[in-house]
Design a protein around this ligand. Sequence first.
Ligand code: FMN
Ligand code: 173
Length: 391
Amino acid sequence: MAGHLGDFQLEIYLRGLAGERPELPVTYDELEVAARGAMTAEAFAYVAGGAGSERTLRANRAAFDRWRLVPRMLRSVTDRELSTEVLGTPMAAPVLLAPVGTASVIHPDAERAQARAAADLGLASVLSTAASTSMEEVAAAAPEANRWFQLYWPNDPELAESLVRRAERAGYRAIVVTVDTWTMAWRPRDLALGHLPFLHGHGLANYFSDPVFRSRLAAPPESGPEARRAAILAFTGLFGNPSLSWSDLATLRSWTTLPVLVKGVCHPDDARAALDAGADGVVVSNHGGRQVDGARAALDCLVDVADAVAARGPVLFDSGIRSGADVLVALALGADAVLVGRLWAFGLALAGHRGVVHAMRALLAELDLTMALAGYRSPADLDRRALAFER
Ligand SMILES: Cc1cc2nc3c(=O)[nH]c(=O)nc-3n(C[C@H](O)[C@H](O)[C@H](O)COP(=O)(O)O)c2cc1C
Ligand SMILES: O=C(O)C(=O)c1ccccc1
């Protein structure tokens, strides 16, 4: 039988027959519990936590529970196709590994493991600006991976341009500019521990390796503890840019020929503004509930944004995807692909590269099996008629 992504299920049962239990959990909730035991309290708070009272973190989940698939039967689902292409990037399934900054607090292999896992599975992977491995090192570690670069647009325009040009040179295939995080939100779990990873030097590799950033320093960061502290402080001073407006997207466009996606769109008017300003696509996201506490669930924003964008460009979605069934719901509501953040991060915490592959394979297997059991052969066949809304 030609390989289905769902074959991971059979593989697990066959190993069970040989007396072996899966070493790692197959559900998000159990991955999170296990990952908690494998991480420092600080790292777990940082990854699992959200903004404020975490209302939006919870709302992201609650929104999924209101949509139910209405399975269809006897529709000949032997030949299934999950692969797709988004803005010229092929992917084995409409699932990307979301940018997760300062991943070295989670596991030393961090973004290398992210990109290598994506390559192993044929998925696309989005590298954070706030990575603990430079974009060139990640490219060298996973040259065959389909890599996109996520831009935190700094308030130093020359640095912004340098980051974008480096990404294009290093073979990244799209720029994902994140617009919901020009500063870190009020995050009580991190505040309670008084801990922010980048103040400890995590997630700064793209800055410390950048010629423009380095030219702003009195001494190179590696020349001693004092210089390193000064470089970290310089980073905090230029990380975000609250003065940006939609018209600035044209400047970003002028730096690169790569497709540009705007990540962090919730309002349909912002989706239109992004496309009017020259973006090629949008990512509906509330940053996994980490930025605006009280913000509407990302899934509830998806419907309105998908309607506003119509066929003008791809609509990607993240914030709250925990299972293959969740992926189906987001696709049926109009997403062309989804990103997952914490899921791969917890896999990383448990077993590095192997853990990321495991967590993603479990998601893809459930996606494939649930899609087929619900009567669909490919994501393109899904639309809102696949769902019922439960109050
Ligand atoms: C620990 C952590 C770090 C993150 N860092 C970034 C980042 O550097 N850049 C970015 O655009 N989004 C970042 N995000 C947001 C994710 O890209 C994504 O929007 C979010 O995790 C999706 O929600 P999920 O975790 O429910 O899948 C981060 C999320 C987490 C959990
Ligand atoms: O923590 C985050 O959500 C995030 O996006 C971020 C921002 C700056 C540095 C590292 C991560």
